[in-house]
Design a protein around this ligand. Sequence first.
Ligand code: AMP
Length: 278
Amino acid sequence: MIVARTRAELRAARATMGTVGFVPTMGFLHDGHLSLVGRARDENDAVVVSIFVNPTQFGPNEDLSRYPRDLERDLRLLREAGVALAFVPEPGEIYPDGFATRIDVGAIALPLEGAVRPGHFAGVATVVNKLINLVQPETIYFGQKDAQQCAVLRRMIVDLDLPVRMVVVPTMREADGLAMSSRNTYLDPQARSRATALFRALEAARDRYEDGERDAETLRRCMASVIAESGDPVIDYLSVADPETLHELDVVANGALLSLAVRFGNTRLIDNLSLRRG
Ligand code: AMP
């Protein structure tokens, strides 16, 4: 596996490869990331993975400085997974002096994560656009775990005619349902066990939906009651939204995206589940 630290090293290595599947990450890899890598390996001649904790997508009071990192372990996992090229730039390589551009993807980036984390998606869209231009992949892989991120980036790829196919890979979960996340490592044992409430809340609302409930507020209250039983964490949002626009629904008529963001102490967790139409 080639480890590229500069844009020039990345471009030189990429030029020797056939079709490339690209998996952008912030590192501290887990099986969720590796499922994206596996899918990319199945569908391309070579896999490129970036590890970059992108400072511009973190707010001033967020966890940038304490975001977990273990580059040696990450590189070992990527080597074992058959990755051809790891791109591990320093912030100054991505944002040299004078860097000023920000990509605003519009309405889809405003609710939910966008409302709680102003500027977050501009940071994500800008870095992903830049990484696509550098890596020039045929296909780029994202996780359903970050459903709004997928919607934002799909919008950007379509609107800017970026020459890349986008694939969304299902959420990988721990045995008890908790969505895998690098941030799970922040959870102390008590919070770790309470954190299972996120997926249980989504499942409870999905069960109500499958039993015929179509009133979105009832589904939100159903999620809230499961979350409240888990030590009353701070709820950033509980959402039953249109899967295309992410506008909150009154009535679920054509499917929905259930999503939530909850804070256990300093640890903020997100999860989501799709309700199929019908
Ligand atoms: P991150 O390192 O958290 O920025 O994630 C890098 C990519 O992995 C993003 O496309 C995420 O949506 C995806 N990802 C993170 N966690 C999971 C998971 N549990 N299952 C599937 N994909 C995931």
